[in-house]
Ligand binder design. Structure first.
Ligand SMILES: *Cc1c(COP(=O)(O)O)cnc(C)c1O
Length: 379
């Protein structure tokens, strides 16, 4: 089955009681049982909800996995994966990943005795170097936020499998339209469904997808024991979002390519970070493991100052100044003062996150209008 057909039909069957083509929002906390422990598979809504069941089936199908699990946010999904570990275990993670993941690792899980190594995942050798008998998890994000670095998922999977380590890939930026980490050997895929899967900036949600039944049981146990489950309305919204993922991602990618090239030719722009440029260090791997390059990018200005960057950020009219990404509307963000402000300045600049770096989540408006907006803002 091709991608568009899969995204439209994933997980969804007409409602058995009425034939409703859209999965109903089962807004209930509990289910009436015929006799003690005699029920229809639904006991209490933290453990099971039919709207969530449909979405979890959809999650599995869109990532070519056997199982899907839905969580109340992307970080709740990450939290569930980390709860597979025990004190003394070690994790190898990327050194430029989503700030909230870094915060969860350093501020919450370190104090429970989990040890983290942060490495440049652009070279799989950096990961291999930190593997020892305590290593239990490799946490990869590709492309990364905000510098669009690429990690070779198949190479990481080979290292993980050879050492009996789990590989979890945060596939939020790429989406299953552009990249399928399970097919490349990853054990778990994580998504912030808040972003492209939901796609309309109207829901917070997270997802995990996997093939191994034991792993699914362990993660389901954590999901119901810790209780970070999404409500049925939110599940409905993500189910609806997934149906248009392919046409949205096509347009995000088309607009992304046009804007990345336009920025690169702008005399006021110093550097554009977008993994679709042939001279991007991760281009060959990106071309191999992704179907297209998406609409996320960052750029710096030749005049590298916070003030000039702030002027640009305050002057766009279509690009809304906001955190988050992946919705139909275009967003602009200043990592130095917004999403990545918690990283000390020297540390930030060492990793290429300079004062004038501006991140774009290119939406699905008409590219000409978006370019005109950037033109008047950059001046
Ligand atoms: C937003 C985001 C998350 C966290 O997801 P929430 O839904 O905000 O909890 C994790 N990873 C990436 C890459 C993200 O962009």
């Amino acid at each position: 089955m091709k991608l568009g057909t899969k995204f439209i039909h994933a997980g969804v069957e007409p409602d058995p009681t009425t034939g409703a083509i859209m999965t109903p929002i089962y807004q209930t906390s509990t289910y009436v049982q015929e006799a003690p422990a005699k029920h229809k598979g639904y006991e209490y809504a933290r453990s099971q909800n039919p709207t969530r069941t449909a979405l979890e089936k959809a999650y599995a199908e869109i990532e070519n996995g056997k199982f899907g699990l839905a969580f109340s946010s992307g970080v709740a999904a990450t939290d569930a994966v980390l709860k597979l570990l025990e004190p003394g275990n070690e994790v190898i993670a990327g050194n430029d990943m989503y700030g909230g993941t870094y915060r969860l690792f350093t501020k919450v899980f370190e104090k429970f005795g989990i040890r983290f190594h942060y490495v440049n995942m652009g070279d799989p050798a950096n990961v291999k170097q930190h593997i020892n008998s305590n290593t239990k998890l490799i946490w990869a994000e590709t492309p990364t936020n905000p510098l669009m670095n690429i990690a070779d998922i198949a190479a990481l999977a080979t290292i993980a499998q050879g050492s009996n380590v789990l590989l979890c890939v945060d596939n939020t930026f790429a989406t299953p339209y552009l990249q399928n980490p399970l097919d490349l050997g990853a054990d778990i895929v994580m998504h912030s469904a808040t972003k492209y899967l939901g796609g309309h900036s109207d829901v917070i949600q997270g997802a995990l997808m996997m093939n191994d039944a034991d792993l699914r049981e362990k993660l389901y146990f954590i999901q119901k024991s810790c209780g970070a489950v999404p409500g049925p309305m939110d599940c409905f919204l993500v189910l609806r979002g997934i149906k248009t993922l392919h046409i949205r991602m096509q347009r995000h990618s088309e607009n992304g390519a046009k804007i990345a090239h336009w920025l690169r030719n702008n005399p006021k722009v110093a550097k554009v970070y977008w993994c679709g440029f042939e001279d991007h260090p991760g281009y060959a791997v990106a071309k191999e493991q992704m179907r297209d390059f998406g609409g996320m990018m960052s750029f710096t200005l030749k005049d590298d100052s916070v003030d000039i960057a702030k002027k640009v950020l305050s002057s766009t009219k279509l690009f809304a100044l906001a955190e988050s990404l992946g919705g139909v509307e275009s967003l602009i963000n200043h990592p130095a003062t917004m999403t990545h402000a918690s990283i000390p300045r020297e540390e930030r600049i060492k990793n290429g996150l300079t004062d004038s770096l501006i991140r774009l989540s290119v939406g699905i408006e008409d590219a000409e209008d978006l370019i005109a907006d950037l033109q008047q803002a950059i001046g």
